[in-house]
Design a protein around this ligand. Structure first.
Ligand code: 5AD
Ligand code: SF4
Length: 439
C-alpha cells in the first residue's frame, strides 16, 4: 500500500461547516488521505469557507496568499476552496488566485473523490451545482473509529426565509430535509462509537420536515436511542417554533434546556425591513410560552446592528429586547452588505460605520454583563455535566452543563464521556468551577 496522502482542512464559520469538514475528511479518507494538523506537511489543503459577512470572505483570500510559498516549494500540493465562498464566487476564486486547483460548493461534496482524481492529474475542478441527490447519503459512510462524546449531525440545509441581509438562501440553496431513517441510522452509528450528545444542525433546523411530525417528532424518535443522552438543535427561526417543538422542550428529558433563537433586532420597523415576518412582541410572547414549559431555558440569540435605516431609537429597542428576553448568550454583528441580497441595495440608508461600531460596542458590553450575571447566578446550583476532556490543570476535567456552560471539576480521566452531577462553586469570565456530587 502506498503511504497515505496528507489532507489539511481549515474550517471557517458555522457548525454546519464543522460537520461538512468531518464528512469531507471521511470521504477523502476513501481516496487515501489522512488528516494532518498543519498546512506545511499537506498534499492537499482544503479551506471550508464562510460568506456570511464581508470580513469572513476576505479572510479566505489572505489565507490563500499565505500558501504561495508552500505551493512554490511543492508544485504537487493541491489547494481547494469549499463552502459558501466557493458557492458564491465560483470561478472568480481561480481567477483571483490561479494556484487554486479545486472549487466545490456545499451541495457537491459527494463529488469530491472524482474532483480529487481530476486535480491529481493536473486538471482544475469546479463544481457549484445544486444536484438533486442527498450528498451525505452519497458520501462514504462514517468510519467506526471511537470518537468524542459530542457530535454534530446535519438534518436540514438551506433556507427559504430570505432575510434581506442574508446570503444563505443563495449559497446553500432552498430548504432540504434529510429523511428521518437516515438520521436515525447515523445517530445510532455515532452512539456506537461513543457519542452521548448530538446537536442536530440546519440553517433553519426547526423547519425540518423529513419526519412526519417535524423536528419534534425526529427528536422524540432519537430520544429512544439507548446511550444517546442529550439532544440539542440549532439554528432556529422564531416562525418555525411550532407547538410540538415547544411541548418537546417541556417533556422530552433528553432535549437540553438551551435554545438558540435569533431575533436580529428589537425594532419592528427594522424587523420588517429585514423581512423577518414577526414583531418584537410576538418574539417575546413566544419565549414566554417556551419558558412556561421549561422555566430554566437558557436562551441564546444573534443580533445585527447598523442595518440600513437603523435609527438611535431602533437601536434602543434592540438593547431593550436583549434585556427583556434575558439572553444567557448572545452574538452580535455589525451589518455587512452582501452582494446579491436586497438590503445591500439600500445604499442611501447605510448607517455611518462609526455609529454602527459604537452601537455594536454598547450592545456587546450589555450582553457580556447579562451573560456574566446569569453565569454568576449558577453558583450554588447543581447541574449535570457531560465531561469531554482534561482541563488545563492536572487532575482537572472539563465538560458542558445542560445549559452549555463550560464546567471544570477535579476528577479522574474516566469521567470522559460520562454525565455527572456537579455543584457549582465559582464563576469566572467564561467558565464555571464545580465539585462532583454523584456520577
Ligand atoms: N451582516 C451581519 N451579520 C449577518 N448575519 C447574517 N448575515 C449578516 C450580514 N449580512 C448574522 C445573523 C445570523 C448570524 C449567523 O450572522 O445575525 O443570525
Ligand atoms: Fe439567513 Fe434568515 Fe435564513 Fe437565517 S433565516 S439563514 S438569517 S435568511
Amino acid at each position: 500500500m502506498s503511504a497515505p496522502k496528507k489532507l489539511y482542512i481549515k474550517t471557517y464559520g458555522c457548525q454546519m461547516n464543522v460537520y461538512d469538514s468531518e464528512r469531507m475528511a471521511e470521504t477523502l479518507g476513501g481516496k487515501g488521505y489522512e488528516e494532518v494538523k498543519s498546512p506545511d506537511e499537506a498534499d492537499m489543503i482544503l479551506l471550508n469557507t464562510c460568506h456570511i459577512r464581508e470580513k469572513a470572505a476576505e479572510k479566505i483570500y489572505s489565507e490563500l496568499g499565505r500558501y504561495k510559498g508552500l505551493k512554490a516549494a511543492n508544485p504537487d500540493l493541491k489547494i481547494g476552496v469549499a463552502g459558501c465562498v466557493a458557492q458564491a464566487e465560483g470561478e472568480e476564486i481561480m481567477k483571483r488566485q490561479p494556484m487554486v486547483d479545486l472549487v466545490v460548493g456545499p451541495q457537491s461534496y459527494h463529488r469530491l473523490p472524482a474532483m480529487e482524481e481530476a486535480v491529481s492529474k493536473g486538471q482544475k475542478a469546479l463544481d457549484t451545482d445544486f444536484p438533486e441527490e442527498d450528498k451525505f447519503e452519497a458520501m462514504k459512510s462514517r468510519p467506526k473509529a471511537k470518537r468524542g462524546p459530542t457530535a454534530f449531525l446535519t438534518v436540514q440545509e438551506g433556507c427559504d426565509k430570505f432575510c434581506a441581509f442574508c446570503v444563505v438562501p443563495y449559497t446553500r440553496g432552498a430548504e432540504v430535509s434529510r429523511p428521518a431513517d437516515r438520521i436515525m441510522t447515523e445517530a445510532r452509528n455515532l452512539v456506537e462509537v461513543g457519542v452521548a450528545e448530538i446537536t442536530l444542525l440546519g440553517q433553519n433546523v426547526n423547519a425540518y420536515n423529513g419526519h412526519e411530525n417535524g423536528l419534534a417528532g425526529m427528536i422524540r424518535d432519537l430520544a429512544k436511542i439507548d446511550g444517546l443522552e442529550r439532544i440539542r438543535f440549532t439554528t432556529s427561526h422564531p416562525n418555525d417554533m411550532d407547538d410540538a417543538l415547544i411541548a418537546a422542550h417541556g417533556d422530552c428529558e433528553k432535549l437540553m434546556p438551551y435554545l438558540h433563537l435569533p431575533v436580529q433586532s428589537g425594532s419592528d420597523r427594522i424587523l420588517k425591513a429585514m423581512n423577518r415576518k414577526h414583531t418584537a412582541e410576538e418574539y417575546l410572547r413566544l419565549i414566554e410560552r417556551i419558558r412556561a414549559v421549561r422555566p430554566d431555558l437558557h436562551l441564546s440569540g444573534d443580533f445585527i446592528v447598523g442595518f440600513p435605516g437603523e435609527t438611535d431609537q431602533d437601536f434602543e429597542d434592540t438593547l431593550a429586547i436583549t434585556r427583556e428576553a434575558a439572553y444567557g448568550t448572545a452574538f452580535s454583528f455589525k451589518y455587512s452588505p452582501r452582494p446579491g441580497t436586497p438590503a445591500a441595495e439600500k445604499t442611501a440608508l447605510m448607517v455611518d460605520p462609526d455609529v454602527a461600531s459604537e452601537r455594536l460596542a454598547r450592545l456587546q458590553q450589555q450582553i457580556v454583563q447579562q451573560q456574566r450575571d446569569l453565569q454568576d447566578a449558577m453558583v450554588g446550583r447543581d447541574v449535570h455535566v457531560l465531561f469531554e476532556k482534561e482541563g488545563r490543570l492536572p487532575g482537572q476535567m472539563v465538560g458542558k452543563s445542560e445549559y452549555l456552560h463550560a464546567v471544570h471539576v477535579d476528577g479522574p480521566l474516566e469521567l470522559r464521556g460520562k454525565i455527572a452531577k456537579v455543584r457549582i462553586v465559582s464563576s469566572s469570565s467564561n467558565s464555571l468551577a464545580g465539585q462532583l456530587i454523584a456520577t
